[in-house]
Ligand binder design. Structure first.
Ligand SMILES: [Zn+2]
Length: 319
């Protein structure tokens, strides 16, 4: 038995891999652009080549690799073997990727929803170390969610729990990729924030960021940090929408910790202040007063580390 796990984080933009040791440290990493419009076969081929490449380019020998932890966006089937549906990688579906990876590399593989994997990473070696209940929101193209209760990932009856991004916060709100209306990710994901920003500019709001197809959440964040008023207003509004989602989470689960992750947390207090304000105003005091709302510690590494950790947990290599 080896001492290392390959953790894979398949995202809508980047496909990342890391060689992770049993203490949750990444020794070596590689990243490529995800061929996000490709079909399942082409995306699987990208995963295979990345695994081959990381083994070849790493000082760790293949025989020292225990197996592969794969974090993927989308709904994973009840057995944890197949991706059923992935709103942000539309042609990545109905593929028994766990078995395919395990057979190709003759090593165990675990398939986990990417946000679940990231939540597990934070719980294992990140900001959530020591917390027995934790909810994580990953703010990216969509909003991913991971829920840990009593030190275990909560997967639900059909392995599809924690779709926090599709919590409806506005009845009859804008259409979401999932088909419903008014989901929190329509407002407060990076994509949602860019959409609202663009709408504000079209309605005449002034900003140092000019209207174009190239607007990103990072541009809004950078402008907000420079004091751009429209960017600040949009950022504050984003925090308020997230605050509403957090109130719902607290009222249902009363977790010890809520972890926010994704590029948008670079906004720091600009995002956190309105979240805290809305929570203080709207949640029962008993529901929020002992819940820590914090930013992720592992950042972009949470997915890789957590996917590796999920395999170690599945194999019962650590408690
Ligand atoms: Zn939705």
């Amino acid at each position: 038995m080896g001492n290392y796990v390959i953790g894979i984080d398949l995202g809508g933009t980047n496909l990342k891999a890391g060689i992770v040791d049993t203490d949750g440290k990444i020794l070596h990493r590689l990243s490529i652009k995800t061929n996000s419009h490709a079909n399942s076969q082409a995306i699987s081929d990208q995963i295979f080549s990345l695994i081959d490449e990381i083994i070849q380019s790493s000082p760790v020998k293949e025989s020292d690799v225990i197996g592969v932890g794969l974090g993927s966006p989308g709904l994973v089937d009840k057995k944890g073997e197949t991706i059923l549906f992935s709103p942000n990688l539309p042609r990545w579906r109905n593929i028994p990727i766990k078995r395919i990876v395990a057979e190709r590399f003759s090593k165990p593989c675990v398939l986990e929803n990417d946000a679940n994997a990231a939540a597990w990473g934070e719980k294992w070696v990140g900001v959530g170390k020591g917390a027995s209940s934790l909810v994580m929101l990953t703010l990216g193209t969509g909003i991913g969610g991971g829920i840990i209760i009593d030190n275990k990932l909560w997967r639900g009856a059909n392995n599809v729990a924690a779709e926090i991004g599709h919590m409806v916060i506005q009845v009859d709100g804008p259409q979401c990729n999932c088909g419903n209306r008014g989901c929190v990710e329509v407002y407060a994901s990076a994509t949602g924030m860019v959409r609202r920003f663009r709408e504000a500019l079209k309605s005449g709001a002034l900003s140092s960021v000019k209207i174009s197809d190239e607007i990103t959440a990072k541009m809004i964040n950078d402008a907000a940090l420079q004091g751009d008023r429209t960017s600040l207003a949009i950022m504050e509004e984003t925090g308020r929408y997230l605050g509403i989602a957090l109130i719902n989470i607290m009222h249902v689960l009363n977790p010890e910790m809520i972890v926010l992750a994704g590029g948008m947390i670079d906004s720091g207090e600009l995002l956190m202040n309105p979240i805290r304000q809305v929570v203080r105003q709207g949640a029962f005091e008993a529901s929020y007063k002992d819940t820590n709302i914090v930013f992720s510690k592992l950042g972009n590494d949470a997915g890789i580390i957590g996917a590796a950790g999920c395999l170690l947990t599945e194999l019962e290599i650590f408690a």
